[in-house]
Design a protein around this ligand. Structure first.
Ligand code: G
Ligand code: G
Ligand code: NA
Ligand code: MN
Length: 258
């Protein structure tokens, strides 16, 4: 219970920070990678307990009615950072930022207004934001999800289905959902290493057939990278590209030419 109180305070005092993990595009074996986007990941360092894992404090926020405030702070911080980078780094800045949404944010009637207002406030175009929602969250209430995602898409905001392949989507439903990207869950990228290619291949070809972009998460090795490129997946994210970096570390990474 005191952890909840501390979390509430941390959200109010702006003590939730963000790490940034690059998402890169490879266009051909010899070409240098392009920065396609960057995923914002929330971090909380508790003064006594040290770092609290994101899945722990996100769940805590969900259980105690703090997820809307947390989500708003994350969205604003990520948009402010992108606006700064675009000003300061120009052409080497990431073209967009990916922000994770909790399932509960999908049922917030003010979500779409908050997103629109935040983009306007920081002078960003809607297609400079990609919202990530996990497949299992989408499938909890597919009708609400379809409606909210439709409103976001009408405005021009991009949407990615996170952890794809683990949430039992109805494939028939997927065709109607207004989304732009599938993110191959990192468990399917990990198993490439042992020669298990079937699921990664299936998700990539599903994305291609539905005219969606596809991002591989959790890419750690050169072998995985080569296999994914051969399967037609050109958007990669993972420790093998870069760890999630704090703001200074991310700017240095951009300046170092990837
Ligand atoms: O970054 P890390 O591996 O600690 O993330 C753990 C989990 O927490 C991941 O599932 C990630 O998607 C989630 N997460 C990280 N940041 C946020 C956030 O800002 N909002 C939500 N809803 N989830 C987040
Ligand atoms: O659920 P989501 O995909 O948002 O989770 C993001 C989390 O995955 C981040 O907290 C990040 O630390 C972690 N992550 C990012 N890249 C890798 C990777 O290459 N390997 C592993 N094991 N975890 C990763
Ligand atoms: Na994510
Ligand atoms: Mn994921």
């Amino acid at each position: 219970l005191t952890l909840v109180a501390d979390l509430r305070q941390a959200i109010e005092d702006d003590h939730i920070t963000l790490c940034y993990q690059p998402i890169v595009a490879y266009r051909g074996a010899d070409a240098s990678p392009e920065l396609a986007s960057v995923e914002a990941l929330a971090r909380w360092r508790h003064p006594e307990r040290g770092t609290v894992p994101a899945d722990v404090f996100v769940r805590l926020a969900e259980e105690h009615g703090l997820v809307h405030d947390l989500g708003r702070v994350v969205l604003e911080t990520a948009c402010a950072a992108l606006a700064d980078w675009q000003r300061e780094l120009g052409p080497i800045a990431p073209p967009r930022v990916n922000v994770n949404l909790s399932v509960l944010q999908m049922s917030d009637p003010r979500l779409v207004q908050t997103v629109k207002r935040t983009l306007r406030r920081f002078g960003l175009r809607p297609d400079q934001l990609c919202l990530e929602i996990t497949e299992s969250a989408l499938m909890k209430d597919p009708d609400t999800a379809a409606m909210v995602l439709g409103q976001l898409r009408d405005h021009g905001v991009l949407v990615a289905i996170d952890d794809f392949g683990t949430g039992y989507s109805s494939l028939a439903y997927l065709r109607q959902l207004p989304v732009n990207y599938l993110k191959v869950d990192r468990s399917f990228v990990a198993e490439l290493q042992d020669g298990h290619t079937a699921v990664a291949k299936a998700v990539i070809s599903l994305a291609h057939n539905l005219d969606l972009g596809v991002v591989a998460e959790g890419v750690e090795t050169g072998t995985q990278r080569q296999m994914l490129e051969r399967m037609g997946c050109s958007l990669l994210q993972g420790f093998g590209i870069s760890q999630p970096l704090d703001e200074t570390g991310f700017v240095d990474w951009c300046l170092s030419g990837y």
